[in-house]
Design a protein around this ligand. Structure first.
Ligand code: MD3
Ligand code: FE
Length: 206
């Protein structure tokens, strides 16, 4: 049963469980076309998480800043297309959380190996803040950290396992969040790693 974590934030334990194998096959297909990479922050630090994207836009970071790009800066080519089944699934999950007609433009694929982490941050490189972000976890479990609208707000912890889906919209859309360093382990689906997919609307129009 879904659980409301905060206004606009809805946790659907195991909602993607029956899709995990096909999702992972398509993840591998995306990665074969747009290689995983450890991006640099504008401040010159390297992300411990490996990332790539599919969709009409993809998130990118380098010394020029955080932004969305319509082509993969690594190859100069378009990002791989969003698989139609992914769009349908993300739209359905958004609708179940109360966000109608969600049309994702980008899917950021994050790959965590043991020790990889994501510090507390806000997702604010999009301009479509009316749209939610839909997140799907695959493989090893992780400790998700989520705070509030201010960096100093208290942080809650939530264990995310393979097949879990969370929709973040409305008042929760700009909440601070992160992932604690991934503990080592083995997962039958993914081996020694965790994947997270986040579906995003970047621009309000077009
Ligand atoms: C809460 N990814 O890619 S997904 C990210 O597991 C990111 O890889 C994490 O944070 C991961 O930016 C967490 C859950 C998530 C995604 C977006 C959010 C939670 C969010 C946006 C607003 C509030
Ligand atoms: Fe984020």
């Amino acid at each position: 049963a879904p659980e409301v974590l905060a206004p606009g934030a809805v946790f659907f334990p195991g909602a993607a469980a029956s899709h995990q194998q096909s999702l992972l096959a398509q993840v591998n297909d995306v990665v074969s076309q747009a290689a995983l990479r450890q991006l640099m922050t504008p401040g010159g630090r390297r992300f411990s998480v490996e990332m790539t994207n599919c969709g009409s836009l993809g998130w990118h970071s380098d010394d020029a800043g955080y932004r969305y790009e319509s082509r993969d800066p690594l190859s100069g080519r378009d990002w791989p297309a969003l698989p139609p089944e992914w769009i349908t699934f993300a739209r359905d999950m958004a609708a179940q959380a109360g966000f109608d007609r969600f049309e994702p433009q980008a899917c950021l694929l994050n790959r965590y190996v043991p020790g990889a982490r994501m510090g507390l941050h806000q997702d604010r490189d999009e301009t479509a803040f009316d749209s939610p972000i839909v997140s799907v976890s695959l493989g090893l479990p992780a400790q998700f950290l989520f705070g509030g609208g201010e960096r100093s707000d208290p942080v809650r912890k939530l264990r995310l396992v393979s097949g879990d889906v969370v929709v973040w919209g409305g008042p929760s859309r700009l909440f601070y969040h992160g992932i604690a360093p991934l503990p080592p382990g083995h997962h039958p689906l993914t081996g020694a790693c965790r994947w997270n997919l986040t579906f995003r609307r970047v621009c309000a129009e077009d």
